[in-house]
Ligand binder design. Structure first.
Ligand code: DGI
Ligand code: FE
Ligand code: FE
Length: 197
């Protein structure tokens, strides 16, 4: 697998604006990996590929979910969730990506999941705060990301959940589970710090 070929193939999947966002997520993921002791090479690869299927026609995404054994319950939730799972499937299928840590970070970059890995957290948070992002609350998330992946992510999921509630949309349960997990991690860390550990 050649990184330059992969970059060109990824670029071809999407319009320029999405490609610019992708480059922003790559740059931010590498910074976060350095800041928090993550694997920068894995974070960079997952970031490059995270929105691989985002611009695919929605019927094609639905077909992959139905016919390639992806979780069928995705079809009952917002279509915006689909591209993450479809993207992980596509980069394995089309480019032989087989690093499960990278594939998981792609697969769960939108919803999050229980017990997120360091790479999951880096890519998911970078997706919220890359330089091109502009939404209410993004600067608060950027500030939190200076010192904590988990605090940044909780604020990110809070903003997404609020938006979904406002729009009367359903919430994918894994996002609630992810947020609970991050809050538990922060609580445990706070307790061990109090005990001097
Ligand atoms: O693909 P991007 O636009 O870069 O960002 P993303 O993959 O984080 O997609 C975010 C969109 O997904 C956002 O508009 C909200 C939507 N979404 C719909 N239902 C859910 C959801 N996001 C989460 N985390 N959880 C949901 O249940
Ligand atoms: Fe995405
Ligand atoms: Fe993205």
């Amino acid at each position: 697998m050649n990184l330059e070929t992969l970059r060109e193939a990824t670029r071809r999947q999407m319009p320029d604006k999405r490609w610019k966002h992708t480059l922003g997520v790559v740059e931010t993921s590498v910074k976060l990996a350095e800041r928090f002791g993550g694997d920068a090479a894995k974070a960079e690869l997952a970031a490059l590929l995270h929105d691989y299927a985002k611009a695919w026609p929605i019927d094609r995404q639905a077909m992959v979910i139905r016919e390639r054994g992806l979780p069928p319950e995705l079809l009952d939730f917002d279509k915006e969730l689909w591209h993450a799972h479809v993207g992980a499937w596509a980069v394995r299928e089309e480019h032989g990506i087989d690093d499960e840590e990278v594939l998981d970070a792609i697969r769960y970059h939108t919803s999050g999941r229980e017990r997120m890995t360091l790479t999951d957290k880096i890519v998911c948070l970078a997706d919220y705060i890359e330089p091109g992002r502009d939404f209410p609350g993004v600067n608060k998330i950027r500030r939190l990301a200076e010192h904590s992946l988990e605090e940044g992510l909780v604020a990110g999921f809070d903003s997404t959940i609020s938006l979904l509630v406002e729009k009367g949309k359903r919430i994918f349960p894994l996002t609630v589970i992810a947020r609970n997990g991050l809050i538990d991690e922060l609580k445990k860390r706070g307790q061990s710090e109090l005990q001097g550990g």
